[in-house]
Design a binder for this molecule. Structure first.
Ligand SMILES: [Zn+2]
Length: 554
């Protein structure tokens, strides 16, 4: 039935589902996202604030492994030890240092020669979107709805198993759903990652903040969906009038932070609407952008901007945002653009995982970058089975694989021929050409990069940091995308993009004790970063590996 197909598709196409929410969703929990409860008072602006209480005040000593200095890209000297207390790294002791300093350690953990790095961060996720295929059928959509929450929970567990200790949700229509995942994350065993929430601040008429005319309302009503008003304190978007002055935009930023509990503010600079790609969406003016970015700075909250064009990149840099998501894909950045980005200290989150499902041979109007497309094809061939098995729910994994096969074969017609999925590929096709050219230029100029997967976009889940990083040396070359560079992007630079406390994303005294122990040296082999870990600590609590490390000892 067409209506069902359409409903299912709209639901699964998460970006559209941003503004529709089911009345019947049984998993919606009555959890307030406001900072006043239950995550601490409004004064707790520090994003590194743990979602669960710190562990005990007991001292824990990690011994017998290699500590990785991600900033310098080298190992600490042999015999270095770590002291953890109250969820933080208390000290790094050198081998020569007196053991009496740690004589009181209640607990000693022998790392058994493993390599310890800071917990990984994924800066760009859409935790609610679960969509194994970009071209789903009605049947696949029903399965996705049935197993969606299992898949979301699975994603969080998989993050922990791979050492991804912090993720940021960068767009959701209903903040209660993220709150629900956050609560699951702290209750489950092993506990999931720390979840940060970005709230969209946008003019009415933007891509994710459409005006809700009578047609939209009838449509929602017919399909059994209810819309959450932007004024609702649970809405993931705070809107203002397109001609709003700077003070109004600043007030919208304040509202995102104070009322909605935003850990970050998201700005969305794209004229083209989703699916139709008609350039009719309202953009923020330069003055509005500047006011929003400046208010974020004043409030100590990071600001991240979606930018897919050179012009959007320039606007983001001029406004002074903390980070830019995605790559300009409609042209090349010039030397001036890159100098300006460096001077502004902006961080880029390239989210190249998007190419895994968006770049195909023979796309209409797409510049054929043969080598890169071939490389992506090879990567899909060698990794798809593992991605399906490790990351997707057993009921959804076959549809992930089927979706890839369908895209590869060019059968892109959907809804009985009413919609051609090729439009999606065409729109994003520039990433594989100009986008990657720009990435090369930015990395060569040492513009800082942070790791985000755009989880929710196919086939990414929040835990697929390894896939994102695997693409970097393939597309940029191993001389440019070294293991140390990738490790930095997934730890300290990502933590900075997320606005976490200073020292976060590093093994440093005072930093949150988010740590991952890998079997192999991640400075020699970049594929270690984001792979299944031997042990993981979050806020000083060992959430993975206790039995394993104890067994080693015995
Ligand atoms: Zn996104």
């Amino acid at each position: 039935m067409l209506a069902e197909l359409l409903t299912g598709w709209l639901d699964a196409e998460g970006e559209l589902s941003f503004f529709v929410t089911s009345r019947r969703d049984p998993t919606l929990m009555p959890v307030m996202t406001n900072r006043t409860a239950p995550h601490g008072g409004p004064a707790d602006r520090e994003c590194a604030q743990p979602a669960v209480p710190f562990g005990s005040d007991e001292l824990t000593e990690l011994d017998g492994g290699w500590l990785v200095d991600v900033e310098r890209g080298e190992l600490h000297p042999r015999g270095s030890r770590l002291l953890l207390r109250a969820g933080r790294i208390e000290a790094i002791l050198s081998s020569g240092q007196d053991r009496s300093a740690t004589a009181g350690a209640a607990r000693r953990v022998d790392l058994g020669g493993r390599y310890v790095v800071p917990g990984l961060c994924n800066t760009h996720c859409h935790l609610q979107i679960v969509m194994p295929s970009l071209l789903p059928s009605g049947h696949q959509n029903r399965l996705t709805r049935r197993h969606g929450w299992d898949q979301r929970y699975r994603n969080l567990t998989e993050c922990t198993l791979r050492g991804v200790t912090t993720v940021r949700d960068t767009l959701t229509h209903d903040l209660r759903k993220t709150a629900s995942l956050r609560s699951h994350s702290s209750r489950s065993r092993p506990s999931g990652p720390r979840i940060l929430q970005a709230v969209l601040v946008a003019p009415l008429g933007g891509v994710f903040t459409p005006t809700r005319g009578i047609r939209q309302r009838i449509f929602d009503q017919l399909l059994g969906w209810s819309t959450l008003s932007y004024d609702d304190p649970h809405s993931g978007a705070v809107v203002f009038a397109p001609n709003a002055d700077a003070a109004t935009v600043r007030a919208a930023v304040d509202r995102a932070i104070d009322e909605r509990g935003a850990d970050a503010v998201k700005l969305y600079d794209q004229r083209e609407r989703l699916l139709t790609f008609r350039a009719t969406a309202t953009l923020m003016s330069e003055r509005q952008l500047e006011a929003a970015a400046d208010q974020c700075r004043r409030r100590g909250v990071p600001c991240t901007m979606h930018a897919l064009t050179v012009e959007a990149f320039r606007r983001a840099v001029r406004a002074g945002v903390r980070s830019i998501a995605h790559l300009p894909s409609d042209g090349l950045l010039g030397a001036q653009d890159i100098a300006a980005a460096l001077a502004a200290g902006v961080i880029v989150e390239p989210t190249v995982s998007l190419l895994y499902c968006l770049a195909w041979h023979g796309q209409t109007g797409m510049p054929v970058e043969r080598d890169r497309l071939q490389l992506l094809r090879n990567l899909r061939r060698s990794s798809a089975q593992a991605v399906a098995a490790e990351h997707w729910h057993p009921m959804l994994a076959p549809w992930f694989l089927a979706g890839l096969a369908r895209s590869a074969s060019g059968r892109t017609a959907m809804l009985g021929g009413l919609y051609d999925g090729r439009r999606i590929y065409d729109y994003y096709g520039g990433i594989v050409s100009h986008g990657i050219d720009n990435l090369e230029r930015l990395v060569a100029a040492r513009v800082p990069m942070a790791c985000g997967t755009d989880a929710g976009a196919i086939p990414c889940t929040p835990a697929m940091v390894d896939l994102e990083l695997a693409l970097w040396p393939k597309l940029l070359g191993e001389a440019m995308a070294t293991p140390a560079f990738m490790l930095r992007a997934a730890t300290m630079t990502a933590a900075r993009a997320l606005g976490m406390a200073s020292g976060a994303g590093q093994i440093a005294p005072g930093a949150p004790a988010d740590l991952v122990a890998y079997e192999r040296n991640p400075l020699e082999d970049g594929s270690v970063v984001g792979s299944r870990a031997a042990a993981v600590w979050r806020d000083g609590e060992m959430v993975v590996g206790a039995e394993r490390l104890a067994a080693d000892k015995g």
